[in-house]
Each structure stands twice: as structure tokens, then as C-alpha cells.
Design a protein around this ligand. Structure first.
Ligand code: 173
Length: 322
């Protein structure tokens, strides 16, 4: 009798312990986004978070704390590096202070799927690990080019006399074409346009209407150039402290969200139509001007990365090209 009692007590205790250790094993990662929650460049990240929270129950969860109001956009790289947060959704242009060669990412002509297949992903991951103590988990934004948007009619390739809002993405190109540059976070663009302190801004194909900037924008210059990189990064110490299975779950979510990058082709078309409807006129560069515009984008862009690290620039250029 006493032995049955013992066995029963033992198994109840064992069960309780097992349940407790399962609970203890669930990890919660605290995350922020450099872009406003609910806006274009956070939406896919929010879908990724929902995916992980649904498929990672009992194992890994993500607590999305907020956007630029939680941590200023240009500070989020430092925050994930130091472990103030565990995960961020951010573009390399906003953490260029930490990973200067990250400027290569928006120069990519291929997709993250190509980069995973040709070994480029490992190199990019390695740069993030060594330079900013972060795991490069996912890239969102493929198939979305950047554009110049203005309040003035731009004639040809000459941007002299125009003050343009930039980030490191457009700096080298717009400066080579003669523009005066002001670097601002996205949150300051609307009021800068309203005040007339800028005559235009660089921004991707998507998101202008989302932010209400169409009210202050007259023109978009075509063609677009480069390719958006919005990256999901995880503090490296946190990444290393996860179990294999927790890491695998996050990687599965990364593959899932990256597979949706292809949808951007259709979204771009919708966005251009919506911009036209909102009164934004297109300035289309053609022929030689078009070639020079695109050449300025690529050549000036790569010159920056070569200036940071010529050897690395060469390696990245090979694996980010078609
Ligand atoms: O213009 C920007 O703020 C910028 O560099 C960027 C990069 C990726 C997505 C959206 C904006």
C-alpha cells in the first residue's frame, strides 16, 4: 500500500516537474520595430510575430513592444546590440553606424532566397554577428525599389538647388547629382515638407500614402532604383542561449515571411496607381538619362561600400548581383 502511495506521489510530482520545466522553457523575446506599427515596413514583421506566436506556443513567443515611439529608429540597432531589446525590425540604413558595409544590402539585385542559396546570407549574417552582436534572421522588402519624390519639377538629372531628405540609402547618389541633403527619421518628413524645409525625399515605392505624405508630394521620379532591405535581427547572446528547436522555429518563421517578398511586385503596381490617384505625377526618365540615373545609383552606391572595406565590397558585389 505504502509503495503504491509512493509510486503515485512520485508520478504526480514527476508530472508537475515536467509541466513546470515545459513552462520554464518557453522563452519570450522582446521586440521593437524601427517603423510605425501598422505601417508598410512593419506589417510583414507583425505577421512574422503572429506566426511565431501561433506556431511557437509553449516554446518561443515574441512580445512586440512598439515602434519608433518605444525606441527612436536610429537607436534600435544599438538597442539590439546591447540587449536592451532581443529583436528588432530595422533597415541597415538606420544602423549604418554599427554595420557600415550594410549599405551593400540595398544594392542587391537578387533575392534573399538567392542569397541563402549562394552563400551570401552567411557572409551578411557574419558581418552582423561580428560588427553588431546580432543574428541576421530574415530579410523583408525584396522587389521594392526606392524613388525620389519631390515638390518641384525635376529637370533631367540635375538635382542642384534642391534640398532632399535622405538616409544612407540615397546619400551618395543624390549628392553626386548635386542635391543638398538632410538626414531625418521618417517621422520628421511630413512636417519638413509642410514647412518647406525640404523639396523632396527618398522613399521606397510603397508607404507614401500610408504616412499621409502624398498630401505634400507633387512628383515621383521613375525609374526606381535599389531594393529595400528591412531585416529581422536578434541579439546574438539571446540567439545563442535559445535551444536548437527554438532557433529552428524562428528560422521557419523567417522562411515563411521571406516567401511573401514576391507579393511586393503586385503591391508596387497598386501603390503606383494609388499615388497617381492621389495626384502624384510621374517624371519618367528615359533613354540616356534613365541609364545615367541607374548608373549613378549603382556606381555611387558601391563606391561607398568599397570605401568601407574594398575586399568585402568585392565579395558582396559578386553574391548580390544577378
Ligand atoms: O528612407 C528611408 O528612411 C529608408 O532608408 C528606408 C529603408 C527601408 C525601408 C523604408 C525606408
Amino acid at each position: 500500500m505504502s509503495s503504491i502511495f509512493f509510486k503515485k506521489t512520485f508520478s504526480v510530482v514527476a508530472l508537475l516537474c515536467a509541466a513546470q520545466s515545459a513552462i520554464a522553457e518557453e522563452r519570450e523575446l522582446r521586440a521593437t520595430s524601427a517603423f510605425g506599427l501598422g505601417t508598410t515596413f512593419s506589417r510583414d514583421f507583425e505577421s512574422f510575430v503572429d506566426w511565431v506566436n501561433k506556431h511557437g506556443k509553449g516554446e518561443i513567443q515574441i512580445n512586440l513592444l512598439g515602434g519608433p515611439e518605444a525606441i527612436p529608429p536610429f537607436e534600435q540597432g544599438n538597442a539590439v546590440q546591447s540587449g536592451v531589446v532581443d529583436m528588432i525590425n530595422d533597415t541597415s540604413a538606420f544602423y549604418a553606424n554599427l554595420v557600415p558595409s550594410g549599405d551593400a544590402l540595398h544594392l542587391a539585385e537578387n533575392t534573399i532566397q538567392d542569397q541563402r542559396a549562394n552563400g551570401c546570407y552567411e557572409q551578411i549574417d557574419n558581418i552582423h554577428q561580428t560588427q553588431m552582436n546580432a543574428k541576421y534572421l530574415a530579410r523583408i522588402g525584396d522587389n521594392m525599389p526606392f524613388h525620389l519624390y519631390t515638390t518641384e519639377l525635376v529637370k533631367g538629372l540635375d538635382l542642384s538647388g534642391l534640398t532632399i531628405r535622405t538616409t544612407p540609402v540615397y546619400r551618395a547618389m543624390f549628392s553626386a547629382l548635386g542635391a543638398n541633403l538632410v538626414r531625418t527619421a521618417p517621422g520628421e518628413v511630413y512636417s519638413a515638407l509642410e514647412r518647406g524645409s525640404i523639396d523632396g525625399y527618398g522613399w521606397p515605392s510603397q508607404g507614401v500614402l500610408d504616412l499621409g505624405w502624398h498630401e505634400q508630394t507633387k512628383y515621383r521620379v521613375d525609374p526606381g532604383f535599389y531594393q529595400v532591405d528591412v531585416n529581422v535581427l536578434v541579439n546574438l547572446d539571446v540567439w545563442n542561449s535559445l535551444t536548437d528547436s527554438q532557433r529552428a522555429k524562428l528560422e521557419e518563421g523567417a522562411t515563411w515571411i521571406e516567401a511573401r517578398n514576391i507579393d511586393n511586385i503586385g503591391y508596387n503596381a497598386n501603390e503606383y496607381a494609388a499615388q497617381a490617384k492621389a495626384g502624384i505625377k510621374t517624371i519618367s526618365l528615359t533613354g540616356e538619362q534613365r541609364e545615367k540615373w541607374l548608373d549613378a545609383a549603382q556606381n555611387e552606391g558601391w563606391a561607398v561600400v568599397e570605401g568601407v572595406d574594398p575586399d568585402l565590397a568585392g565579395k558582396l558585389r559578386r553574391c548580390l548581383s544577378n
